[in-house]
Ligand binder design. Sequence first.
Ligand code: MN
Length: 204
Amino acid sequence: MTVHLHHGDLPAGLNLGPVVAIDTETLGLKPQRDRLCLIQLSAGDGDAHLVKFANRDDYAAPNLKALLADPKVTKLFHYARFDVAVLKAYLGVDVAPLWCTKIASKLARTYTDRHGLKDLVRELLGVDLSKASQSSDWAATTLSKDQLDYAASDVLHLHKLKATLEMMLAREGRMHLAEAAFKFLPTRAALDLLGWGEDDIFAH
Ligand code: MN
């Protein structure tokens, strides 16, 4: 595994293939308050590319934005709802098309209520993921080796999870439901940013 750290944007001409695994690290869980600090990307080849944003004036990132909006590249997340809202709030980009391993897990793995990334990676891939650096200062001027390795580990397993979950969704005849939910994600993220975060607009 190689972790490539970039500052402010991806290098020009970097091709991460047709499906890119993505995660973000922020200063907290409220997109309007807690800024985007880091975005992690992987082609599924065991390497990770990390882009660090120095401050609130550092979100130009033209190469990254082009990739996030590229209709030919599927953006693969675990809990895309949060990352898509953060990326819209800070980069102003509508990320699409989308695939989310958490939604896929909820539709396929009805035998459990454990849909965290750590749970999925352990059960489906037999890998134990450390979450030790999850809550740390992602805005620090210099990120520690532990932080970089943790951040990278959040995108290194998503392609394999997707393959297993696709098999399970097909087996249960629910792929069309997953695809419809993925298409709704940008709207769900927009509702979150507008203040409907806790409300289920489908509820009675
Ligand atoms: Mn993460």
